[in-house]
Design a protein around this ligand. Sequence first.
Ligand code: IPE
Ligand code: IPE
Ligand code: MG
Length: 254
Amino acid sequence: MSQSLLTHINKQKVPNHIAIIMDGNGRWAKEKGKDRIFGHYEGVISVRSAVEACVEAGVNYLTLYAFSTENWNRPKAEVDALMELLVNTLNTEMVSLHKNGVRLHVIGDFKSLPAICQQQLSEAIALTKNNTSLNVVLALSYSAKWEIKEATKAIAQDVLDGKLNVEDISEDLISTYLNTAHLPDPELMIRTSGECRISNFLLYQLAYAELYFTNLHWPDFRKEHLFEAIINYQNRERRFGKISEQIINNEVSN
Ligand code: IPE
Ligand code: IPE
Ligand code: MG
């Protein structure tokens, strides 16, 4: 067997936070003559691989886009199957995730999820709250426009209540009103299935993320593909508006 790409990763430059749009489950299943739901079930194996790969590579945060606000508009049978899959997966995976030191977080419109999902998620979040090996953030019933709207309302309310001055509204303050207030911004965003769009995912937080698109459908995504994405990321020059010479002279933090 060839050597793992893990050995080619520069441990000093591992992204702290990777976000993934797990796309292509339905097409993957259809190509095999199966029902779309089969693709979602197979996608769970890829989630496990991605979690393991992040632990091995030393990534601290992994955000997975599992269900968008817009996904509620899918046929009811598919939505119901996805919610059931969420509950089943939490049931079967949480013990081993907990053993492996994974801490679970959720972003999105939590209250719009079925009660059983809310309950299972709350238990999993409580169970894993002291874990430190990898933070796994599930984006569920999430959309960035919804999140920014909610943040804007909360900021406006705090100004009305005299808790906040308009002059104090800064970029950092806005971050603290988002669902991701306690999370660092992702450095790398991966989307599978060949679609080159953001689909309402983390619009504020991805402002300077490196974007990586692969034609693989999510159920085919494995550890080595994540390592490949990290290596691709490490070969990019992140300039943050500066010029190359400034970066080479290590002035990026100035
Ligand atoms: C991603 O796969 C999973 C969810 C959005 C829940 P899709 O279900 O979008 O699969 P495609 O893109 O239709 O193939
Ligand atoms: C984005 O995928 C949402 C998730 C992966 C959960 P979609 O398949 O819903 O996105 P569009 O419709 O192709 O933009
Ligand atoms: Mg899709």
